[in-house]
Every structure is written in C-alpha cells, then in structure tokens.
Ligand binder design. Structure first.
Ligand code: FAD
Ligand code: MG
Ligand code: MG
Length: 319
C-alpha cells in the first residue's frame, strides 16, 4: 500500500467554494457530519442570501441593534478589532463595495468613481456598535453591510478542526477553497499543501508547503477577478479607495495554528506589501508568511513551522 492509499478524500461545494476533506479512514458519516457543520456555519454567516445572522444585522442598518449568537458576536468583535487598527487594509464593513463590484459573481462591472466615493462613506468600521451585555450589533448608518468574506472561512476551518478533535480524529485535512487546516500529520510525515502558480492554465504549482498540525491560508489576486479593457480587477479591495488593492504582490500565504489568524493576516498583509509585513511580523512569531511577488520572487518571513519544496524554476526564493 502506498501512503496515499490510506487517505480517503471527500468533497462538496459549499460557500460557493470547492470543499475537500481528507481522512485516514473510510467514514462517510463523519464526512457528512463535517459538511453539515460547514453548512450550518455558512447559514449563520453568509451575505449571499437574504437570511442569516449577519444579514439580520445588515437589514437593520441605520435602524436598530440586533442580538446575535455568542460565536457570531465574538467573530464580529474580532473582525472589528482588526478593522480599526491604524491604516488597516482589512475592513469588515466593506460589504457595500463588495456588492457593488460583484467580483467573482455574475454581473460584475467597474463602478463609477462617484459611486465608490458615496459607498466609502458607509464603510467605517467605527460605525459598528457592539454591545457585549446584550450581544447585539448595530450598524449606525443606513446602507452599511458587514461582509465576513475575509475571515469566516478561517473561523469555520477551526470549527471543523475542533469538531474532528472532539471525534478523536488524529489526522485530517480540511480545505475550504484555499483555506487549509490540518490535524496531525499526513501520509508521508507532513501534509503537503500546494502553492498554486498564479494565472497558470492548466493548473500547476510553484512549490509545496509541508506542515503538521497547522493552518495554511492563501489569498491572492488570481482566483477571483474579472478583466475589462485589458485591466484586471481582483476581489481584495482597498478600504481607502474602493478599488482593488494594487501592489507588488500576487499572493500571501500564512502558516499559523489557527486558520482564523491565517485568514485575517492574508488580507491584512496583502494590503501592507512585503516590506512592511516583514517588519510587522517580527512582533508575531507564531504567524509566518510566504509572499509571492509579480516579479516572481518567493519571500519567507521566517520558516520555523513548515518546510518548502520549490517546484518551478521561474520563481526564485529571495532573502
Ligand atoms: P480573502 O482575501 O480572505 O477575502 C476576500 C474577501 O473578503 C472578498 O471576496 C470580499 O468578500 C471581502 N473583502 C474584500 N476586500 C476586503 C477588505 N479590504 N477587508 C476585508 N474583507 C474584504 N462565494 C460564492 O461565489 N457564492 C457563495 O454563495 C458564497 N457564499 C459564501 C458564504 C460564506 C459564509 C463565506 C465565508 C464565503 C462565501 N463565498 C461565496 C466566498 C466569498 O464570496 C469570498 O470570495 C471568499 O470568502 C473569499 O475568501 P478568500 O479567502 O479567497 O479571500
Ligand atoms: Mg479568506
Ligand atoms: Mg483573508
């Protein structure tokens, strides 16, 4: 038996994303329980349907506070804390802009500059009033919309990991469309997580990140985007301008214990760019990053929690 013969893969499509679960046993019941759990979380957090806990907050914008469940309140509190950091490029009140651009969805278009200016006025995270006692959330201005797209998959990946641990699963991998969380080791000693080559058709890899018991989250500009008149518009928006963030980066990958950190930091650091991020991460030794730049460099912040196997001679490891 080769190592991979022991791995059973289960897949589904949830949150508009391909979901992959790897187990070391054939267990359909466990797999469907995991997918049910993800669906449950999606139903609370989605902004792509009219009904969810988050949408009930959005529907009441400018009008009244809405009480939410404790986990949703905690997730919103975390999202606000990151959003109000000085010069943060992470902003969970970016919803009106995301809905206007529709990047990654049908009907996308480039908004008029005046539209963006108007929408930017209702994307101030300070305008989200949180009340711990009643666990309620109030969006102060009419039209405001919370969007947890940059944090929720990470949160859900951790929920899945915790559930699998409770089920006494020692080795597993969950991939929520670019958001990977692992339990224990893989078939050959560590889980091998591919780092995709940007814009390559057919799909190929720049390299492989090997981890045990870690989360690996990648956020890039080559997964969700559209092109118009030779210009590419991707889905990570600059909260200051309302346009897609533009810098030297193709992608940021974060290796960390918790996938929620990976999801937050991919978005936050994408906006900071390489140099600032490297300085910033010196204060967060438990968070490690792999940056891939438009001039085909691969840059590591540090490399304590993973090993990297390069696979593409066009990309050079720097630093
Ligand atoms: P990240 O870089 O982590 O996040 C980017 C996403 O965050 C953007 O897509 C946008 O939603 C938001 N965002 C953009 N700019 C910023 C910013 N500056 N700060 C903070 N957030 C920002 N996709 C579908 O196609 N159909 C669905 O029905 C669907 N349902 C979903 C339900 C849930 C609960 C979740 C979590 C996601 C769902 N998605 C769906 C995917 C979603 O639209 C995003 O594409 C996805 O969350 C992006 O994740 P990422 O890790 O690739 O990117
Ligand atoms: Mg994400
Ligand atoms: Mg993110």
């Amino acid at each position: 038996m080769t190592p991979d013969d022991r791995v059973y893969a289960y897949s589904a499509v949830l949150m508009g994303s391909p979901i992959l679960l790897k187990l070391f046993e054939h267990n359909e019941t466990l797999a469907s329980n995991v997918f049910r759990l993800i669906k449950l979380q999606e139903n609370k957090l989605t902004v792509n349907r009219q009904q969810s806990e988050v949408m009930s907050v959005n529907h009441a914008a400018g009008d009244h506070a809405v009480a939410v469940s404790k986990p949703v309140f905690d997730l919103i509190s975390r999202a606000k804390a990151v959003s109000v950091l000085e010069n943060s490029s992470f902003n969970f009140t970016i919803g009106p802009l995301v809905k206007r651009w529709k990047i990654g969805f049908s009907g996308n278009s480039v908004p008029a500059a005046t539209d963006l200016q108007a929408l930017l006025k209702i994307t101030d995270p300070h305008d989200v009033i949180l009340d711990e006692g009643s666990q309620s959330v109030f969006l102060h201005k009419a039209g405001m919309e919370i969007d947890l797209g940059a944090i929720a998959k990470g949160y859900i990946a951790d929920v899945v990991r915790d559930f699998l641990r409770e089920q006494r699963v020692a080795q597993a991998l969950i991939n929520l469309g670019g958001n990977v969380q692992t339990l224990g080791a893989g078939a050959e000693g560590a889980w091998a997580i591919g780092l995709k080559k940007p814009f390559s058709e057919p799909e190929s890899l720049i390299g492989v990140i090997n981890v045990t018991n870690k989360s690996v989250v990648t956020s890039g500009i080559y997964e969700r985007y559209f092109e118009l008149n030779g210009q590419r518009y991707h889905h990570i928006l600059d909260p200051k301008t309302g346009y897609p963030l533009d810098n030297e980066l193709l992608s940021v990958t974060i290796i960390s214990d918790d996938s929620i950190d990976g999801d937050i930091y991919t978005t936050l650091l994408y906006g900071m760019g390489v140099e600032k991020s490297l300085r910033y991460l010196q204060n967060f030794p438990h968070i490690e990053a792999v940056f891939v730049t438009k001039d085909q460099q691969i840059i590591f912040s540090s490399q304590r929690q993973f090993t990297f196997t390069p696979l593409d001679p066009d990309y050079h490891i720097t630093g």
